[in-house]
Design a protein around this ligand. Structure first.
Ligand code: SF4
Ligand code: SF4
Length: 376
């Protein structure tokens, strides 16, 4: 078990963020004895958003990590496999929109444009025997998970561990959603991916975080924190502890799998006892079995299915781009008269459509009883 560092960093001021990231990473012991190596900085580039949208890892934070590694003599490539088609044209437009292209211009680091895929066999995985990964991501000595702190409609929270789901190429992610459509299985699959990738360390951009219906349609929350840690599980545990999102299924399963022991986390930097953070507003899709153990399981299952939130298209915002239909794992979205139409009967509630819609035209529809139980 290792260290987790936290620093106050109030705004995206270029010089300040670079200096804060440097301070944070200088304390991480795991980096001290690494000889010249190649690194992939896996940043969160969910879709084509500008830095100020609060969806992607801010480019100044990514640049801070790149500069720190370069200052130690390492070579760095920055990349991600965003949602949707994985090709060089799409990558270029997302690198430009998110401000990542500027990092390459200023630092000389590389950006990944190699979209070839490799299949690997994670020997210690709990759920997956075969894993498809972006080839370039497997050709470096070390990976860094450079994540954004956000709520997540399916997983409650996304940070260092969930960020690594982007090592799986483009629309292939849909297969994993389809096969692991239960939240617990999905959490274990994320852990399998993370455990295979084994990032050397992780960084979380929590300067501007996201609450509510994240990871793309929530509200920006000025948290003012930068965090780093050797273990992505420990880092996420601390981040969720600060933001009131500890019930994240990834935390639960990381503990169950002996990958996380909260007692053994060694904190440095800011003293979290002095941090006062209002708990983050949960995604509208939050769905836990509040009746579990009180009445028979089949009855609770039936009732919970009745009140389970589902995606709904806001017709006046839908521009008919088809992104949701192309990325829906069970293909239950049709395009009719240039509008998306969802057949919720076989919807697996992965909320990929909500996450990837560029127009925020898909909302999380909630049953009145769900609102009563979980709050507005
Ligand atoms: S709902 Fe969103 S993603 Fe789907 S077609 Fe409409 S605008 Fe595009
Ligand atoms: S309609 Fe949306 S939430 Fe339902 S399965 Fe498709 S992508 Fe997932």
């Amino acid at each position: 078990m290792g260290q987790v560092g936290i620093l106050k960093s109030y705004e995206y001021d270029y010089e300040r963020v670079l200096s804060d990231v440097d301070k944070l990473l200088s304390e991480l012991d795991v980096l001290k004895n690494i000889k010249q190596s190649s690194f992939l900085v896996k940043t969160n580039l969910l879709k084509k958003n500008k830095p100020e949208d609060g969806v992607t890892t801010h480019p100044f934070v990514v640049e801070g990590v790149v500069r720190f590694l370069q200052s130690k003599g390492h070579s760095v490539i920055v990349g991600d496999s965003p949602g949707g088609p994985f090709n060089p044209v799409m990558l270029k437009s997302i690198y430009e929109a998110s401000g990542i292209s500027g990092i390459a211009e200023r630092t000389g680091c590389s950006l990944n444009y190699d979209t070839s895929i490799v299949q690997v066999k994670p020997s210690e995985a709990k759920l997956i025997n075969n894993l498809k990964l972006v080839k370039a991501f497997t050709e470096v000595d070390y990976v860094v998970s450079c994540a954004k702190l956000k709520t997540h409609t399916m997983m409650t929270y996304t940070g260092a561990v969930k960020n690594l789901f982007g090592m799986i190429p483009g629309v292939t992610k849909a297969d994993y959603h389809l096969k692991m459509n239960d939240v617990n299985n999905f959490a274990n699959m994320l852990i399998d991916v993370c455990d295979y990738v084994k990032p050397l360390f992780s960084v979380i951009d929590g300067i501007q975080a996201m609450e509510g219906d994240g990871p793309s349609s929530g509200d920006i929350r000025e948290l003012g924190l930068l965090m780093a840690g050797e273990s992505p599980y420990e880092l996420d545990y601390v981040a969720t502890g600060i933001t009131g999102l500890l019930d994240s299924p990834v935390n639960t399963h990381a503990i169950n799998r002996d990958l996380l022991d909260p007692e053994k986390i060694e904190l440095y930097g800011l003293d979290i006892n002095y941090l006062q953070v209002e708990p983050f507003r949960l995604p509208g899709s939050t769905h836990v079995n509040f009746m579990s153990g009180r009445i028979p399981e089949f009855v609770t299952h039936f009732l919970m299915e009745k009140i389970r939130p589902y995606p709904e298209v806001i017709n006046k915002l839908c521009v008919g781009c088809g992104v949701c239909a192309a990325n829906c794992p069970p293909k239950v979205i049709s395009m009719i008269n240039h509008k998306a139409v969802i057949d919720t009967t076989d919807c697996i509630r992965c909320f990929c459509c909500h996450e990837l819609c560029p127009e925020k035209a898909i909302k999380v529809k909630r049953h009145p009883i769900h609102k009563m139980v979980f709050g507005k």
